[in-house]
Design a protein around this ligand. Structure first.
Ligand SMILES: *Cc1c(COP(=O)(O)O)cnc(C)c1O
Length: 404
């Protein structure tokens, strides 16, 4: 039997919950990827905002290989040095005083939601379990997190959803005031809504959520799985809003491609309500993942890297807006650091997937956020040359599609 594999094997062997492009990437370096045929691509998706340092970054490779020769896994009967170092750094850099490690964004949110409920039920009794969440939001794919997420297509048709979840529209002040009450245990929000189009939430609305959460002693949870870890040019997006959550979750970019998630909170919330045995994870906080994430974190928290994100983002937004004007395919370009959403217009309205496929043929791999938004999430350390080369290739797509 041959070891050679091709795209057709996906349809033959894999559960078809995804529909990947025809080409198969086999190697990456910085912001460039190569496929099986040796064609190169500029990576404008970064594995959905994951590969924050691009591909094969020396600091990441060093951390991984050094730790791989030392210790991979010990279980939670013991702690380990990389986890302790990373937790300390996360607490030093944020509002948080306690960290729980897991393996993904969904798991981080699962932990946050369980903690918020546990706390409220401990303090006030079994009625206080309501979770306020927002239409269009995305919080992961476990059953609890799809139920809390605001996209029914991900949570329907699988039997009864967990009770006590209330969805309202973002920025609908009256609706959120009606929804929050004495039985609210948590309000969960993405400070910048990722999967539904890279849409920043108005800081005034976040302040309202903060006030309502405080008034009803509910936990304000910020889902920074995608917006965190330098993506916006701030270390975490909350830092630019003037609003501090009680619980923050993150994943994606923090591991730079190695699976890891984290839930961050205060000592008061964690120590009293997440006591030994209440929650856990076999792999969460394993030394290999934490060693890689520590190396990634050391790079992305540097002021030069964060400043670079803001500078390159402004440049990309300028060029994308100019393309929008010239080709008439973008009605709006939203920039939240190296995380951009181009709202499609004209003949490409509603055809984000077709746009993405055309771009791949032109050698640039951006992603989408819903049917009408082109999403660009580059490495945070993409070079100016790679950025412009990717934008040139994207412009080629615009020229082709507007001429059609
Ligand atoms: C991707 C994402 C998640 C889910 O993360 P996984 O690692 O896929 O479980 C949760 N919330 C937000 C905002 C995300 O972008």
């Amino acid at each position: 039997m041959s070891d050679a594999v091709q795209r057709a094997d996906f349809d033959r062997y894999m559960v078809p919950v995804f529909a990947p492009l025809d080409m198969i990437p086999v190697r990456g370096e910085a912001s460039r990827l190569w496929d099986q045929q040796g064609r190169d691509y500029i990576d404008f998706g970064a594995g959905v905002a994951v590969t924050a340092l691009g591909h094969a970054h020396p600091a990441q490779v060093k951390a991984l290989t050094e730790q791989a020769g030392k210790l991979w896994h010990v279980s939670n009967y013991y702690t380990n040095e990389p986890a302790l170092r990373l937790a300390k750094k996360l607490c030093d850099a944020t509002f948080a005083e306690r960290v729980f490690f897991c393996n993904s964004g969904a798991e981080a949110n699962e932990a946050a939601l369980k903690l918020a409920r546990k706390r409220a039920v401990n303090k006030y009794g079994p009625e206080k379990i309501d979770i306020i969440a927002f239409n269009g939001s995305f919080h992961g794919r476990t059953f609890f997190t799809v139920s809390v997420g605001g996209q029914a297509k991900y949570s329907s048709g699988m039997g009864p959803n967990p009770a006590g979840i209330i969805h309202v529209d973002l920025h609908d002040e009256a609706a959120v005031r009606r929804a929050v009450g004495r039985n609210t245990c948590a309000i969960i929000v993405e400070p910048i809504v990722g999967e539904s189009g890279v849409v920043p939430v108005d800081p005034a609305f976040l302040r309202l959520l903060r006030e309502l959460a405080t008034e009803h002693d509910a936990a304000l949870i910020f889902d920074e799985v995608q917006s965190g870890n330098g993506r916006t040019g701030a270390l975490y997006a909350y830092m630019n809003t003037g609003v501090v959550p009680d619980i923050m979750t993150t994943a994606k970019g923090i591991g730079g491609g190695f699976p890891i998630g984290a839930m961050l909170t205060t000592a008061a919330i964690a120590d009293e309500h997440f006591t030994p045995g209440v929650h856990g994870s076999t792999f969460g906080g394993n030394p290999l993942a934490c060693a890689v994430a520590e190396a990634v974190f050391d790079v992305i928290r540097s002021p030069e890297v964060l400043e670079g994100v803001r500078r390159k983002a402004a440049h990309a937004a300028r060029r994308l807006r100019a393309m929008g004007q010239q080709y008439g395919l973008f009605s709006e370009v939203r920039e939240s650091g190296l995380w951009l959403g181009c709202e499609l217009a004209g003949s490409m309205q509603g055809k984000a997937s077709a746009f993405m496929t055309a771009s791949a043929h032109n050698g640039v791999l951006h992603i989408v956020a819903g049917p009408n938004v082109i999403r660009i999430a580059t490495s945070l350390v993409i070079s100016d040359e790679e950025l412009d080369e990717g934008l040139d290739r994207l412009e080629k797509t615009c020229a082709q599609l507007s001429a059609r």
